[in-house]
Design a protein around this ligand. Structure first.
Ligand code: SF4
Ligand code: SF4
Length: 152
């Protein structure tokens, strides 16, 4: 079906075709960071520790087509949106899926707006160079790596 002109502005997430859905991802890699949940408040905290399947250079999943089979807690964002639209707050505030679910415009640095994927890195949004692999961090030390992003 291809990408319809300005699809991200004209159609809600529920009406995107598969190609448009994938094109909305800015490739930041933030959703692939290990998360911790506060048992009392339910608050989610991201850490600077990435899933072992994330290529830390490209910030892309090494096994994207099979990711859900390989990593049990990998998020299927489309399924999450379809089944629990209010849970998109689990995603980073910069995430294009969360922004569109919340009726917000995409940021200027998003590739669909800037026309280049390099703008995501220039804006400091990708996790490239900022995180470690979970292979190098014991689970019990994750708490020491909690991060807070400047929301963009
Ligand atoms: S946080 Fe959102 S935009 Fe960034 S890689 Fe994950 S799904 Fe894509
Ligand atoms: S398996 Fe899931 S969480 Fe891990 S890198 Fe791939 S998409 Fe990200």
């Amino acid at each position: 079906m291809g990408l319809r002109a300005n699809f991200w502005q004209r159609f809600p997430l529920s009406e995107l075709n598969d190609e448009e859905w994938e094109a909305l991802c800015d490739g930041c890699g933030r959703c692939c960071l290990c998360k911790l949940e506060d048992e009392d408040s339910g608050d989610i905290f991201y850490t600077a520790v990435a899933c072992r399947e994330l290529d830390l250079e490209s910030c892309r999943c090494r096994h994207y087509p099979n990711r859900l089979q390989r990593v049990s807690d990998c998020l299927d964002i489309r399924q999450l949106f379809n089944e629990q639209p209010n849970s998109m707050t689990l995603l980073p505030a910069s995430c294009a899926y969360r922004k569109r679910a919340e009726q917000q415009p995409l940021a200027d640095w998003h590739p669909l707006i800037s026309g280049t994927s390099g703008s995501v890195r220039s804006a400091g949004i990708t996790v490239q160079g900022q995180v470690l692999s979970e292979d190098n961090i014991p689970q019990e030390e994750l708490e020491d790596h909690i991060i807070h992003w400047v929301e963009l």
